[in-house]
Each structure stands twice: as structure tokens, then as C-alpha cells.
Design a protein around this ligand. Structure first.
Ligand code: BG6
Length: 468
């Protein structure tokens, strides 16, 4: 088998988020976020009726988890601060929330782990949602205030900051496709939310730059954004309509954010289609071009799970009257992760690397999430040792890392890799349905952690940087 080597300064770590791991949903002055509210209002929307309350009990296991990360040869991890834990209803720091994050960051330093801090992972505080959430410009200002407070509080401790994780997801899932609370099917609203999140990002980066200049943030710090860049593909022999579907799909999900973080602009062709052709009204203000200019970052994270394959839609509107830009294209050769319903296409990460190299050559990036979630993973346990024998996870990560190594060899500026969900975690409405971790969490045994077979493989790769 061919071996691929990753650069020695390439970093290896794992990603997680506050709302999916911490637990303690209503302790230490934490306010409700939308996940808590949805759990309280409609628990049957969650797989096995497991709501947001406990995460994977990280607040009680963090020392053990940090030791596990270190023991597996990882040098860094990402988590998110929960807005609803750090900031009170008046926009001030909640001292108990701040104390928890100080303690987590202290313990991480002690364990020799670099913490990447993300400020928003789909977790809108409910009182702000009641004031319009991302549809309300004042909530963007509140977010920038929260971000600035976080920069000031932890600016000397944290080196790597991120404004958002996957900013496309809330417009799509909450407002357009009706999947997550409040389950709307309204493309106009989705566009407002996508636009305002872009403004919120830019405002937060501007506040970061001001505080950096004032010496409130450590000198070696960097700020970025993390997006789920799903490389877009269409048929091999596309019609003009297929190419048009590709333009809008790529434009809304990839180019929108890439243009924002590299040029401080939104893609003009996409904005034209939305506003001139479709009559979408964006909540734009006269000076927004200047605001967006502030959105340029130092680097980005790419969450990569699956490609996006599209073709021309068979009708112009869906049953709710929303415009249809594209329909899924089923590639005849596709390989699926049937548990999640996502295509497995490791070469996509290479294609993303080449897209960046060609279209955004200055941009440095890392794989900020990549992983495979499997349903009923307990069925794969060794009957004697009770260890999860997850060879499919080894194959998945090996194949993706191989393409990362090839992309770097071909000039991609990819500097590290974070696996998603080193330790099984709570996954939104899917709760614990699909398990992602290299480490199992036993829900019936007090959230006990147990390494799966893949953990030993990961340790070897992280320590040697050789993918075999
Ligand atoms: C990413 C998110 O979309 O994928 C994570 O940043 C999420 O929060 C992960 O858990 C896996 O997706 P899912 O829906 O299976 O949990």
C-alpha cells in the first residue's frame, strides 16, 4: 500500500462544540439557547427523545477527555464558547460562565493542547431569537459585542479564534428547508439570515482587529471562519441549465463565504440573481460594503464530509413557493455512508485544495472537520473485549488524509487536520444516533469513555505523520 507523508509541522487534532458536549444546560447562569428551547417544547423531534441537556457530559469529564486527546498524539482541539453561557441578558460577562472557560483553557494548557475557539455553533440564545434572531440587525450588533467581550476576556490565553462554524447551516436548516426549529420554509427569510450572519462575522472581525491593535489580544493570534465547503459537481456532460444550477449552488454555499473572508465582498453574480431575478430583498444598509470589508480573515477551516452533486431542477419552485436552483444529481459511481445518507468522496478535499490554490492563492486553510457517523455502532463490538471494531473509520480517515497529502504535494496551503468528534457527542436532532468518535461514549454507564479500534491507528498517524 502506498504511504503518504504529511509535513512535520502539519497539526493533528479534533473538533467539537460547546452545545454538543458540555451539558449543564441550565447551570452556572447559562441561559437557554434554541436547542434547549426546542428540547423543552418538542422532545419527540430528537432521536430517542434525547435533548440538548447533557451533551456528552464534557463538563464532568473534561480532564479525562483532554488526557485522552493528548494520549492519542493530538496537539490541538477546537471547541466553541456558548454565547448563552458567557453573556447575560444585559450583554455582560456571566462570571460563572467565564470561570468555566478559563478553567477549561487552563487545563488544556496544562495538558499541552492548543485550543481553537469558535464563537458560534448554531446556538442562538433564545431571548435573542425572540427578538428576531439573525433576521434582526441588532442581534448582529449583540453578537459583535459578545465576540468583543470574549476576545477581551480570553485574548491573552487563546491563539486561534473563529467567528462561526458552518454559517450556511442555519439559513438552510432553520429557515429554508424546515429541518430545525423554527422549521420555516421561507427562502426570503433564509437570505436575510445569511446576509446578516455575514454582517455579524464582519463586525466581529473588525472588533477583533481593534482589540488586537490595542494589545488586548496576544500577538501570535489569528482569526478565521469555519465553513462546510462541499465541492460542487454536476454531470460529466452538463447542459447549460446544469451549469447554471452549479453556479448558484456553489455561489450560495461556497463562493459566498470564500469571497467574504478573502475580499470582504459577497459574490456579485449571486446577489444579482437573488435581488434582480428573484426579487429577494436583502436587509442591506447603505454603508454595508464598508462593513463587509472588515470580514477578511487570516485563515479558514474547511469542514468536509461530502460533495454536493447537482443538476438542473425539473421545476422552478418547490411546494412552498421557494425558488429551486438545483436538484440532487445521483452520481452512478457514488459510495454512500448509509447511516448518514452522505456520499463518501475523499477526492473532494483535494478538489477544494485546488480550488483555493487557483482562485484564492493567498488563503491558508486546514481541514477543520472530517469524520464518519455510524448508526448502531454497538453491533460492531468484539464479543470478547467489547471494543468497537471500526475499520470503516480507519479507511475513511486514511482515504481523506491521503488526498490531503496529495493536495499539499500539488501546492495546496493546507496546514492541519481536525477529526470531527474524537469522542462520541450529541448531534443535534440526531442526538446519539450516528457515532463519530474514535472513542465510544456509553450512555448507559455514566457516559464512560472507551477507545474504539481506530484510536490506536489514529495515534500512530498523529505521531508519525505517515498515512498508511
Ligand atoms: C457538522 C457540524 O456539520 O457536522 C457538527 O459542524 C455536526 O456540529 C457534524 O455534528 C456531523 O453532522 P451530524 O448532523 O451527523 O451531527
Amino acid at each position: 500500500m502506498a504511504q503518504y507523508e504529511l509535513p512535520q509541522n502539519f497539526f493533528f487534532g479534533a473538533a467539537m462544540s460547546g452545545p454538543q458536549t458540555e451539558g449543564g444546560w441550565n447551570t452556572g447562569g447559562k441561559l437557554e439557547n434554541l436547542w434547549d428551547t426546542w428540547s423543552n417544547e418538542d422532545i419527540s423531534s430528537f432521536y430517542n427523545r434525547v435533548g440538548s441537556y447533557v451533551g456528552n457530559d464534557f463538563m464532568h469529564h473534561y480532564k479525562e477527555d483532554l488526557a485522552l486527546l493528548k494520549d492519542l498524539g493530538l496537539d490541538s482541539y477546537r471547541t466553541s464558547i456558548q454565547w448563552s453561557r458567557l453573556i447575560d441578558q444585559d450583554g455582560n460577562i456571566n462570571p460563572e460562565g467565564a470561570a468555566w472557560y478559563h478553567e477549561l483553557f487552563r487545563a488544556s494548557r496544562e495538558a499541552g493542547l492548543e485550543v481553537f475557539v469558535n464563537l458560534y455553533h448554531f446556538d442562538m440564545p433564545t431571548y435573542l431569537f425572540r427578538r428576531g434572531g439573525w433576521q434582526n440587525r441588532e442581534v448582529c450588533e449583540a453578537y459583535a459585542n459578545y465576540a468583543a467581550k470574549a476576545f477581551e476576556e480570553f485574548g491573552q490565553e487563546i491563539r486561534y479564534w473563529f467567528t462561526f462554524n458552518e454559517p450556511i447551516v442555519e439559513p438552510e436548516q432553520r429557515y429554508w428547508h424546515g429541518v430545525w426549529y423554527p422549521r420555516h420554509h421561507n427562502f426570503q427569510e433564509a437570505c436575510e439570515v445569511q446576509y446578516n450572519i455575514s454582517i455579524a462575522h464582519a463586525l466581529a472581525v473588525s472588533r477583533y482587529r481593534e482589540l488586537y491593535r490595542a494589545g488586548k489580544i496576544r500577538e501570535d493570534a489569528r482569526i478565521g471562519m469555519i465553513c462546510n465547503f462541499s465541492p460542487s459537481y454536476t454531470k460529466d456532460d452538463p447542459s447549460e441549465a446544469d451549469l447554471e444550477a452549479l453556479r448558484m449552488n456553489d455561489g450560495l454555499t461556497n463562493r459566498w463565504w470564500l469571497d467574504l473572508v478573502t475580499r470582504g465582498e459577497l459574490p456579485a453574480d449571486v446577489i444579482d440573481t437573488l435581488t434582480k431575478d428573484l426579487g429577494i430583498v436583502l436587509p442591506a444598509r447603505a454603508y454595508d460594503a464598508d462593513v463587509l470589508k472588515g470580514g477578511v480573515v487570516d485563515w479558514i477551516g474547511c469542514n468536509y464530509y461530502q460533495p454536493s452533486r447537482v443538476q438542473a431542477p425539473s421545476k422552478t419552485h418547490d411546494e412552498w413557493g421557494n425558488p429551486l436552483f438545483a436538484e440532487p444529481y445521483i452520481w452512478p459511481e457514488r459510495v454512500m455512508n448509509e447511516s448518514r445518507g452522505w456520499e463518501i468522496y475523499p477526492k473532494g478535499i483535494y478538489d477544494f485544495g485546488m480550488k483555493c490554490k487557483n482562485e484564492y492563492p493567498e488563503l491558508e486553510w486546514f481541514v477543520s472537520e472530517n469524520g464518519i457517523g455510524i448508526e448502531r455502532e454497538y453491533l460492531n463490538k468484539d464479543p470478547e473485549t467489547q471494543q468497537v471494531m471500526d475499520d470503516y473509520r480507519i479507511d475513511f480517515v486514511r482515504d481523506h488524509l491521503t488526498w490531503v497529502a496529495r493536495a499539499i504535494a500539488d501546492g495546496a496551503r493546507c496546514v492541519g487536520y481536525h477529526y470531527w468528534g474524537l469522542i462520541d457527542n450529541w448531534s443535534w436532532a440526531n442526538a446519539f444516533k450516528n457515532r463519530y468518535g474514535f472513542v465510544e461514549v456509553d450512555l448507559m454507564e455514566n457516559y464512560e469513555r472507551r477507545p474504539k479500534k481506530s484510536a490506536a491507528w489514529l495515534k500512530q498517524v498523529a505521531e508519525t505523520h505517515v498515512v498508511a
